[in-house]
Each structure stands twice: as structure tokens, then as C-alpha cells.
Design a protein around this ligand. Structure first.
Ligand code: ZN
Length: 143
């Protein structure tokens, strides 16, 4: 999560909402890919930290299926990213702060653990939650 927080800080430097993500290999410690929110930097509404990290991890592995990998992200994923997480078949999602306004992994929706879907990752929430939330609060306060 510390690495994801570093990524989040990179997003803020470009004027993007500070959200960072890391994908860990099946061994649980090798970093396969990282990403931070680049909506402003890339003029891309889909350039969320999680999507970029998932894409890069798949490219690094040479396969779209990210079974046994872990996605670590500073903020609870939105519906788009929850869909991508489901599509990637990733096995574990770890996130920091909850997003009560748009979260799709336990807050507003729980897309990733919807029993109607055939793949449901394990979800661990609240890791360094205060630090993750503080970054976001500071960003919006300073705007
Ligand atoms: Zn998202």
C-alpha cells in the first residue's frame, strides 16, 4: 500500500485526483505493474489507476488473465474498475479508503462480490485507510 500511496502522489502532481494502484505477482511480493489516475494528464475518462495497473500487469505477464495476482489500490474501486477487476480474474483486491459516493466494492455497490458473477476476488479493505483518505482530502481542499 505504501507503493500505491507513492503512485497516488504522482497523480496529484499532474492535477489528477490522487489514487494509486499496484499489481502484485502470484508470489505476493513482486510488483508487476503500477498506475495512478491519469484522467487529466491523458485526457482519458477511463484512465483510472486500477485500469492502468491491470493493463500493464497483463502486458508484463503476456496474458490477460491475472489469476493469483493482487491489486492494491488506495481508494475503493468505482463500477468501471470493479468490472475490470472481475474481467481480469484477479484473485485479491486490497484497498485503502472507502468511497461512500461511488465505491463498487462494499460501499455503494459490491460489484466485485456479486454472487451472480462467476469470479469473485477476496476483498481486504481499510489498509492504511486514513493515510489514503488524507491524501484525497488534502487534494480537494487545496483546489
Ligand atoms: Zn475506477
Amino acid at each position: 500500500m505504501r507503493l500505491a500511496l507513492d503512485e497516488a502522489e504522482r497523480a496529484a502532481r499532474n492535477g489528477d485526483v490522487p489514487v494509486g494502484a499496484i499489481v502484485l505477482a502470484p508470489d505476493g511480493s513482486t510488483v508487476l505493474a503500477s498506475g495512478h489516475n491519469e484522467r487529466e494528464a491523458a485526457h482519458d475518462p477511463t484512465a483510472h489507476a486500477e485500469l492502468l495497473a491491470l493493463r500493464r500487469a497483463a502486458a508484463a505477464l503476456g496474458q490477460w488473465r491475472l489469476a493469483d495476482c493482487t491489486l492494491v489500490v488506495t481508494l475503493e474501486p468505482c463500477t468501471m474498475c470493479a468490472g475490470a477487476i472481475q474481467q481480469s480474474r484477479i484473485d485479491r483486491l486490497v484497498y485503502g479508503a472507502r468511497d461512500e459516493k461511488a465505491g463498487a466494492a462494499g460501499s455503494l455497490w459490491d460489484v466485485v462480490r456479486d454472487r451472480r458473477l462467476n469470479h469473485r476476488p477476496e476483498v481486504v479493505e481499510g489498509v492504511l485507510a486514513e493515510e489514503c483518505a488524507r491524501l484525497l482530502t488534502a487534494f480537494f481542499r487545496d483546489r
